[in-house]
Design a protein around this ligand. Structure first.
Ligand code: ATP
Length: 264
């Protein structure tokens, strides 16, 4: 065996990438055999997930299952131990997060991460990034149409907004880069039920207007109401997948998540 072949085998063994990963045709994105780690701690193994254009796909799982880490691997924010991420047919696994934004991916992170000392409009300007400064006014008009409250509050410091308003700002900021694929991490976390309904209506509307959505949620019932399909992660591995309809009627989901939600 020649040296090149030996090195290639070692590289594949180390990266746990088989080299056979392929995109699902047209999917936005395909995660093929994705693994990820923090330092020496491997937290995702062999994840195969795809989202077709126009779908809302939800990722469910207990705390620490690896949902946020998975979104991080799509966005290029965590170290992948193997596998590939494709956007349509393009392998984006080695692109920086900024380059992935330019390819049409945006993340609305868990906990909102808005800039409290900046105004609403300044937060939106950051979301637009360098690539979308010229059409900033047009993008603002679009998000103000989706979130009228942000128009009223556009000169206010974001730190003075309510939790629901801050969540709307976080989603609006992600939309300023005009993503084709929006990654939403726990958008309902910490919000009052009435605001949660507003957020989920908005998610449906975004999909209806052409944005493809990958949604991580603890609110399993609401997520399965709005989603087309779902996946369940358990300690870094994919455990169950199916249509939202099937998952809503799955005994395993009922026992692990929905039953608990009712008791609470
Ligand atoms: P949650 O619903 O609580 O946000 P999750 O399903 O999104 O959970 P992750 O946040 O992806 O899970 O975490 C997966 C695992 O990785 C957990 O064991 C967590 O403790 C660990 N982890 C997360 N972030 C880091 C980090 N920056 N460094 C080290 N370990 C981390």
């Amino acid at each position: 065996m020649n040296l090149g072949l030996v090195l290639e085998r070692l590289r594949r063994r180390d990266s746990m990438t088989s080299g056979d990963e392929q995109p699902v045709p047209g999917a936005l994105p395909t995660a093929a055999n994705v693994g990820a780690r923090y330092g020496a701690s491997v937290v995702l193994r062999g994840i195969d997930i795809h989202v077709l254009p126009g779908e809302i796909v939800t990722i469910l799982g207990a705390n620490g299952a690896g949902k946020t880490t998975f979104l991080g691997s799509i966005m290029g924010l965590v170290t992948m131990t193997g596998g590939r991420v494709f956007l349509e047919e393009r392998d984006i696994s080695r692109l920086t997060p900024e380059a992935r934004v330019n390819c049409g991916v945006a993340l609305c992170p868990e906990g909102r991460r808005i800039f409290a000392k900046m105004t609403v409009e300044e937060n939106l300007r950051l979301g637009a990034g360098l690539a979308h400064q010229q059409d900033f006014a047009e993008s603002c008009d679009r998000v103000f149409d989706l979130f009228p409250v942000l128009h009223e509050l556009r000169h206010r410091h974001a730190g003075f907004l309510s939790g629901g308003e801050q969540q709307q700002l976080a989603v609006a900021r992600a939309l300023m880069s005009k993503p084709r694929l929006l990654l939403l991490d726990e958008p309902s976390l910490g919000l009052a039920p009435v605001i949660v309904s507003v957020i989920f209506e908005l998610i449906s509307r975004l999909r209806d207007e052409g944005t493809t959505i990958l949604l991580v949620e603890q609110n399993v019932r609401a997520a399965l109401e709005v989603a087309d399909r779902g996946y369940v992660l358990n300690t870094g591995r994919l455990e169950i997948s199916g249509t939202a309809e099937d998952l809503r009627h799955s005994a395993a989901i009922e026992e692990a998540y929905l039953g608990l939600a009712v008791e609470l």
